[in-house]
Design a protein around this ligand. Structure first.
Ligand SMILES: Nc1ncnc2c1ncn2[C@@H]1O[C@H](COP(=O)(O)OP(=O)(O)O)[C@@H](O)[C@H]1O
Ligand SMILES: [Mg+2]
Length: 321
């Protein structure tokens, strides 16, 4: 739009009410807007983006993206496939066949532009399949959702979606750590989790990967998109991308997927049975090495190795180095 900045009424009001007033004259007031944050969008330059990815502390990583601690209150989740989307933009025209999309849901993994237009895809059941639209929907729904923190903002570079902002949780560990707690505590936490999920269902938000195998989380061999904060308060995370579906009306399919995911998680934690793939020895080794890196005592790490069938003392010593 050349040299015209088009603002919506909402954005205009936000600048007026929130941005730093630098001075006031006869005709108007000058506001400092250099933070490049307007409304729900954080616009980063390529340099600022590179600095976050290179310099900020990476606090987690999953299928969709990496999570960086940018300050004490917020984390930035940056998608793995941002370079793909850059490529798609640079290549200009790209059609669905070229990106080999079998299932429309894959669109959300693969950057959201086809024929250089953002895809605005809603499936037959009213579920939003566009990553950016889903985050915008989350921001809108947050008004009614009290117990869970949904994604708060979009992060863009050159107008392209590269990630989103979440509230930061501290001293977190994966919910599977709960398996080692007394039964009454396990039940209490699972009940709290269910109440939070119920609120999400009432708002047509369906997290579908609550129980999921992975070896990246501290104190857990499985990744789950539920973490516990230092008060043992269960927090549902990963409420964007392929992990969570948003809809404007009740969607039985996603509701049942979400509920089944919760059921697996709950039953595993209550029964101590591992429903999902058993961990390989390599995963177990890495899991415990991770615990050591995070500061658990060597002695305890050694006990965990022993308890899990590692008998070779030399190997254990090597792993704990
Ligand atoms: N709000 C948060 N506060 C603290 N840590 C987080 C937060 N969100 C995510 N993490 C960490 O980052 C990891 C990956 O985040 P997640 O959103 O699950 O990414 P993915 O979609 O790639 O699975 C999580 O498993 C968790 O360890
Ligand atoms: Mg995840």
């Amino acid at each position: 739009m050349g040299n015209i900045i088009e603002l919506t009424k909402g954005k205009f009001d936000k600048i007026k009410s929130r941005k730093k007033k630098l001075g006031s004259g006869v005709d108007g007031t000058v506001y400092g807007v250099n933070s490049k944050e307007v409304g729900n969008i954080i616009e980063l330059t390529k340099d600022e983006f590179d600095k976050i990815v290179r310099r900020k502390k990476e606090i987690g990583s999953g299928v969709d993206g990496k999570v960086y601690g940018v300050n004490s209150k917020e984390v930035y989740k940056i998608y793995h496939n941002t370079s793909d989307s850059i490529k798609i933009e640079e290549d200009g025209v790209l059609d669905a066949e070229e990106v080999n999309i079998r299932d429309p849901k894959e669109l959300r993994h693969r950057g959201t532009r086809i024929n250089n237009k953002p895809i605005n895809y809603i499936d037959g059941d009213g579920v939003i399949l566009n990553r950016e639209d889903a985050i915008l929907k989350a921001i809108e729904k947050q008004e009614k959702v009290k117990y869970t923190n949904l994604p708060q903002k979009l992060i863009k570079v050159d107008g392209r979606l590269v990630g989103c902002v979440y509230k930061r949780y501290n001293s977190v560990f994966g919910i599977y750590a709960l398996s080692y707690f007394p039964l009454s505590k396990r039940k209490e936490v699972l009940k709290k989790l269910y109440l939070k999920l119920k609120e999400l269902y009432e708002n047509n938000i369906y997290p579908v990967t609550l129980a999921q195998k992975n070896d990246l989380l501290p104190f857990s061999k499985k990744e789950s998109n539920v973490i516990l904060d230092y008060n043992l308060e269960p927090q549902i995370i990963d409420l964007d991308g392929i992990s969570t579906y948003y809809s404007d009306s009740f969607c039985r399919r996603e509701y049942e997927r979400s509920l089944s995911s919760f059921s697996i998680l709950a039953l595993e934690i209550i029964s101590g049975i591992d429903f999902l793939d058993a961990d390989t020895d390599e995963e177990m080794e890495r899991y415990i090495q991770d615990l050591v890196k995070r500061g658990i005592p060597q002695k305890l790490a050694k006990e965990i190795y022993n308890e899990n069938g590692f008998k070779d003392e030399d190997r254990i010593r090597q792993l704990l180095k």
